[in-house]
Each structure stands twice: as C-alpha cells, then as structure tokens.
Design a protein around this ligand. Structure first.
Ligand code: BG6
Length: 494
C-alpha cells in the first residue's frame, strides 16, 4: 500500500546527501511504485537554480550514485515534474512563507491535506535554527501529518544532544521526530531481527552460555571524500560508533520484542544501551583505541595523510579509526566481550558482525585433527556482501579423521539488484509515519552516554603516536593488542 499524499521539503536540497542518496532513493521508490499518488518534493537551498537546472543536477547524481542509473525510459521526466527548487536561506524567518504557500497550493490541487515532511539534511549547527522556524509555522501542530527528519550527527556530545532533544520536543511531539540512522534501513541489519526472532533455532544459544565474544567491524576503504571540515569536528567514534555501530549492537543484543510496535522495539534497544558498562576514565586505555591514517598508498595510488587533507588541522588529534571493547551487564551477556571497530582508508569496505561460539566442551578427536577454537561462528555480513553464514566442522572425506571448517551461507547477493537502499526504506517509513527504524530521543542520549567517557578522555589526552596506521592496513597495532588482551583476534574477512 502506497503512503498517503506527501510533500517533502529537503533542507540541504543542493547538498551532497540529497544528490547522492535522498533523490536517488525517492526516484527508486517512484520506479518501484511506492511513491504516493500525490506527492511533491521541494529541495531547499541557498544556491541559485532554476527548476530545470536543479533537475539536471539531480539526474546527474542518479546517474552516478543510484542503483538504477539515468533516465529509465522516460520515468525521470514524470518524476521530475513533482520536484521543485526553493531558493531560500534557512536562517531567514521571512522566507518560510514559501513553505506554507506550497502546502496550500498542493492542498488545493489534491483536494486533501497532505503529510508534510521536513528533512533536515544540513550541517548539525543549522538544525536548531531551522527547527525553531519550522516550529513557528502553524503546520507543525498537526501531529499526525507533519514530521521532521533529522540527520545524524544528532548533537556533538551528550549535552548538546540533550539540548537538541529539548528544543525539538518544545515544538514537536516525539512521534513527529524522526532521527535517522541509515544503517537501520540496510536490509541485512533489519534481517538481524528476522534471524533472531522468527526462528526458534538461534535464540536458545544466543547468550553468554554459548557465545564467547562478539565482533562488529565497519571498515571503510574510502578516506575523507572531501569532508575534512566535518570530520575535524567529529572523528570516527562520533561519526560511526555513537550511531551506526551501537545501533547494530542493540539489534544483536536486545531481548525479544513482544511486537513490532515502534516503541516496543526501541524500548528493548534502549535497555541494551543502558546496560553497557560505563568505562571509567582510568580504564579508557584498556577499552578503547584510536587511530589516524598517515600518508601512504591506496589501490596503487599515493594518498596524503589525514593531517594533510583539505580543511584539517596539521596537528589534528582527530580519530579516523576507533575500536572499543564493551560489556553488557545483564543476564544474557554478562562477561561476553563485544569488540567494535571502524576506520577510514582501511584495507577493504567490510561491515560485518561475528558471534564467535565457545569451543566444544570436550575434544574427543585426535589433537592434530583440527583447530576447534574458531570452529563455530555465525557471521552477518552487511556490506558489500549481504549474507548470513554459519561455520561448523565436518569430516574431510578420506581415511583419516581430519576435520575441516565449512560455511553454510544464505546470500542476499543474487537479490541485491532488487534490494532497496537504506534510504529508500527509511524515506518510505517516514512518509508512512512508521518510526520503528528511527532513533528515539532517549536512545540517542543513551548512546552518547556510552561513548562520552572515551571521548572526554581522548579530548583531554592528546595522542602521542598519531598518525599511527597506514592506508590499506587494518588500523593501528594497538587495536590488535586491545582484542588480544583476552586471547582474541579480529576477523578481517569473514
Ligand atoms: C555516514 C558517515 O554516516 O556513514 C560517513 O558520516 C560514512 O563517514 C558513512 O562514510 C558510511 O555509510 P555506508 O552506508 O557507506 O556504510
């Protein structure tokens, strides 16, 4: 069923996120016949574009970044008729009548009151000012039809996230606020819930009795991609761990929900965040590692070090790599280390979760037959491969009792062309008003609480060894030492 009539106002309409992700996602929804019968999209920005120029710019983004490129048999023309550009400065309260004018115009044209969705794809410092002006439009009192989508990063730390939540909730009800984390829209991330809670097979062993440790890797092979200015105010821990990685961790570790109600799922996730053991300042060194890339070679090309990137302080202490060890203090997970890591310019793009099971309680096989330590593991690959794989031991055919590990794999890859992109799923949910895959205010703050001790420690102790890893590696040596403390090693390629 298609969502009801909707108008999307995209602040940051001339920006990179809209160009690479949002418009391609909306166009794919259109091609798949998911867009409402009546819809309008208005890109808002300060740059000057005629509608025609704006369409050309967006089509260029689709040609470069969409899962379906270019025109698609004239469908682009149909789609672009729904798209307009509003040149306005988000700081100029007097310009906001352009928004109400468009809503009124569409209301009259369609003969119905549409959903109005404000998508804030703008730098975080602009969010409070835009949100305040939107709040002042009398459109926003309509709880069921008006929504605001706020991109990450949501705040810069716990305090600013708390303030932003307070500001937003002074103008919007919680059910109108959609805090986006695009990882939650990824097919394989959503599949974690199906795997865990639609099968009776896994849940009985999904706990400290059977699981030795968990690893979550979100490695990127790209560098800064021109985002030096943003990254200097962020760093890998803020950019990836506070949101994407902790959200994945919640899906892996949460208790079974009673229903798929948005608040039920989010309650279960927030329980996980609240149960993550706080890292005390004296233990940050044992629990977290930061890294920054040097100059080096990436795919045969020479690349500059982080400190030489455009927009970056030549003495920058910002992390382009972060790894941490967490514990969840509850019945299910007590004592099970959860290792997470992420970084720019790593050896490969690879996002995956591994649950390493304990070894068999007794090894009756000849000692030379196999290394049983790593025998049982379950891996959920999120990207670029999209699969779920279970490793177990089998006997190698032949006259000796020699064991070999084999993988049983379910792969989404053959379906990949049809799999919607994360932003498609999330934009559709926003139009439908389903907040299940969006973060609630308390969840975002709980996630900040988890990383604040690390952030504070890093900010008050300058790194002595930066840069400490080369492009194309798997990050600093200290990350290997972090996981080795309990005899574990990172799984780079599952
Ligand atoms: C974004 C981060 O949220 O996620 C980027 O700001 C990062 O730095 C990106 O590159 C990774 O997303 P994906 O979907 O390519 O894994």
């Amino acid at each position: 069923k298609r969502p009801p009539a909707s108008i999307l106002f995209i602040f940051g309409g001339s920006g990179d996120l809209n160009y690479r992700k949002l418009t391609p996602a909306l166009y794919n929804l259109f091609l798949d016949e998911w867009m409402p019968d009546n819809f309008a999209i208005a890109g808002i920005g300060r740059s000057s574009y005629s509608n025609e120029e704006y369409h050309g710019h967006l089509l260029d983004g689709i040609t470069k970044f969409s899962r379906r490129k270019g025109e698609q048999n004239g469908h682009w023309k149909d789609f672009s008729q729904h798209v307009s550009y509003l040149q306005m400065d988000g700081d100029d309260a007097a310009a906001y009548h352009k928004i109400t004018d468009l809503v009124k115009e569409k209301e009259a044209e369609w003969g119905q009151h549409p959903n109005v969705i404000f998508y804030l794809a703008v730098a975080p410092q602009l969010v409070p000012s835009i949100a305040t002006k939107l709040g002042a439009l009398n459109l926003c009192s309509d709880v069921h039809c008006t929504r605001i989508v706020v991109e990450k990063p949501f705040g810069h730390d716990l305090k600013s996230a708390h303030e932003l939540n307070a500001l937003l909730s002074s103008m919007f009800k919680e059910e109108q606020i959609f805090r986006i984390d695009h990882y939650l829209g990824k097919e394989t991330v959503q599949n974690i819930l199906a795997l865990r809670f639609a099968n009776a097979l896994f849940e009985p062993i999904w706990n400290r009795n059977y699981i030795d440790h968990i690893q979550i890797t979100a490695a990127e092979s790209v560098g800064l991609e021109g985002r030096g200015g943003y990254f200097e105010n962020s760093g890998a821990l803020r950019d990836m761990v506070q949101n994407h990685i902790l959200q994945i961790l919640c899906m892996v570790a949460m208790e079974a929900p009673v229903s798929f109600d948005a608040n039920e799922i989010r309650n279960k996730k927030v329980d996980v965040l609240n149960a993550i053991r706080r890292i005390t300042p004296d233990k940050v060194g044992e629990h977290a590692v930061r890294g920054q890339y040097s100059k080096g070679w990436k795919k045969g090309e020479e690349v500059v070090g982080y400190r030489e990137e455009k927009g970056v302080n030549p003495e920058s202490a910002i992390d382009t790599f972060a790894a941490a060890k967490f514990y969840i203090d509850n019945w299910r997970w007590q004592g099970v280390p959860i290792y997470v890591r992420t970084g720019k310019y790593l050896n490969q793009k690879a996002t995956h979760i591994t649950l390493q099971f304990k070894s068999a309680p007794h090894n009756a096989f000849p000692s030379e037959s196999a290394d049983t330590w790593h025998s049982n593991k379950l891996t959920i690959s999120i990207q670029p491969e999209m699969d779920i794989s279970i490793r177990f031991q089998v006997k190698r055919p032949g006259q000796t009792m020699t064991l070999d590990p084999v993988d049983m794999t379910f792969s989404y890859d053959t379906e990949a062309d049809h799999a919607p992109e994360a932003y498609e799923t999330l934009l559709l949910d926003a139009m439908e008003g389903d907040a299940t895959l969006f973060m609630r205010g308390d969840q975002v703050e709980a996630a900040w609480k988890v990383i604040m001790p690390i952030l504070e420690h890093w900010e008050s102790h300058k790194p002595a060894d930066f840069p400490n890893y080369t492009p194309d590696s798997w990050g600093p040596e200290a990350a290997d030492k972090l996981i080795a403390q309990e005899g574990h090693t990172w799984i780079n390629v599952p």
